[in-house]
Design a protein around this ligand. Structure first.
Ligand code: PGA
Length: 226
């Protein structure tokens, strides 16, 4: 299975999101009508901020290729935890969750232990974790199927990592055969082909480029063409 995952971070207001969805639907409908071979193997994931998850899910419910993800989950199970958003609470509305993003590791001091708790909770509630790693030193839980390699210097900088360095890192990880290995870090429609050409990279975690529905759709088309 291949994945293209939009990580909107905290970049858009509700108004921005409504405009994004309207434009995306228009463009995506056009793509769907085109003579592209819709691969059963491509899943598109949108990860909005928590308050908008249900709205986005409802808006895109007719598109079976599109799944909804959370950008994070709480380390708490459930209960008296004001402000927390738990896997228990998200279980019916999210299919996946990004866990251990480098921005959370650095801005929120998330440790390997925190990340491991989050992975267990996501799995417990049937939310598929997308584990982000920054280097080969970051711990990879054996229960995780989707691993997103995002070198810190490539995130949001426009300086995407070389496809060959991404493959070299992947080979050092000794992943299980069924693991899905995706790349993130300034991925866009002009550079994803170099990763896809290696046949070793199963998709992309996309920040900046996902904020523009036309660009995000160009990336989807590139993945279908490949
Ligand atoms: P970027 O972000 O595409 O803007 O580099 C990727 C990410 O942080 O997941």
């Amino acid at each position: 299975m291949r994945y293209i995952i939009a990580n909107w971070k905290a970049q858009m207001s509700f108004q921005d999101i409504k405009i994004w969805l309207k434009n995306f639907k228009k463009i995506f409908n056009k793509i769907s009508c085109k003579n592209l071979k819709w691969s059963k193997n491509l899943t598109i994931v949108i990860c909005p901020p928590f308050p908008y998850i249900l709205y986005v899910r409802e808006y895109l419910k007719d598109f079976s290729k599109i799944k909804i993800g959370a950008q994070d989950i709480s380390t708490f199970l459930k209960g008296k935890y004001t402000g927390e958003v738990t896997a228990h609470g998200l279980q019916e509305i999210c299919d996946l969750a990004i866990i251990g993003h480098s921005e959370r590791r650095s801005n929120c001091n998330e440790s390997d232990r925190t990340i491991s708790t989050k992975i267990s909770l996501a799995t417990k509630f049937k939310i598929n974790p997308i584990l982000c790693i920054r280097t080969k030193e970051d711990i990879i839980d054996k229960n995780v199927k989707i691993i997103a390699y995002e070198p810190v210097g490539a995130i949001g900088t426009g300086k995407n990592a070389d496809a060959s360095s991404v493959v070299a890192l992947k080979n050092q990880l000794k992943l299980l055969k069924k693991a899905i290995f995706i790349y993130g870090g300034s991925a866009d429609s002009t550079n994803i082909q170099s990763y896809l050409a290696t046949k070793q990279i199963d998709g992309f975690l996309v920040g900046t480029a996902s904020l523009h529905p036309d660009e995000f759709c160009r990336m989807i088309v590139k993945m279908l063409e490949k």
